[in-house]
Design a protein around this ligand. Sequence first.
Ligand code: 13P
Length: 289
Amino acid sequence: MPLVSAKEMLVKAKEGHYAVGQFNINNLEWTKAILLAAEKAKSPVILGVSEGAGKYMTGYKTVVGMVTPMIESLGITVPVAIHLDHGSFEGAKAAIEAGFTSITFDGSHYGIEENIAKTKEIVEICHAKGISVEAEVGSIGGEEDGVVGAGECADPKECKMVADLGIDFLAAGIGNIHGKYPANWAGLNFDVLAAIQEETGTLPLVLHGGTGIPEEMIKKAINLGVSKINVNTECQLEFAEATRKYIEAGKDLEGKGFDPRKLLKPGTDAITDIVIKKMEIFGSVGKAE
Ligand code: 13P
């Protein structure tokens, strides 16, 4: 199946009370592992590309040029969207130009007026091309230079103003953060989530920082309107652990164990396994049959 926008898959997820995972990619192995997981689980999937990962892969055109033929050569039949994660205004335009089928414009660090003006422009450009748009209100915390931000909660009224721009889905801070959660994390703020959904009607909501959120909280968030969950760090941790075990067991020193196709295989397989587990928790397994 060719690349699709994320709009239809999230409307269906909302109606069916499950969530579609956005799993971030970094290279060929990551992409292959996630696509194979989605096909095995018969689940729709969103491949997330941060601006940093886009640069690492030498640009958005390289990413689209890798993903598109890979879908065909692996015989992937489930819907796949390629989505810019936390895009800047200029980054969003570059990803649109390169053929991404879905975009986050993250204007959460601007004042609400500027966030609205810029989001509006991105929506016009994207919708003219059939590309879905995620907007962001309320910053998602996380660890940067050793300082852990708590994760700010979005103002439901501001969420309504941004939702009214005709965006396809909305990421709103509800105490979630990127990376590992600190031991003293207060958890997701479900009152704020419920208030945001009340203001935004049936708009699919997005939960960032999917790594390490307990299963019951994920399920409750889906019940309250979350239809897309972003996971990045957890795939990195699984990859690193499986690769470390391979090297610590001395397997790279046995025969041709140093061949990158062998060396990277345990980590790649570990990504496939964790993605399938996440899809089971999110309830998206079998939804692309
Ligand atoms: P984690 O790295 O915490 O899973 O968050 C991913 C994310 O929200 C990407 O936008």
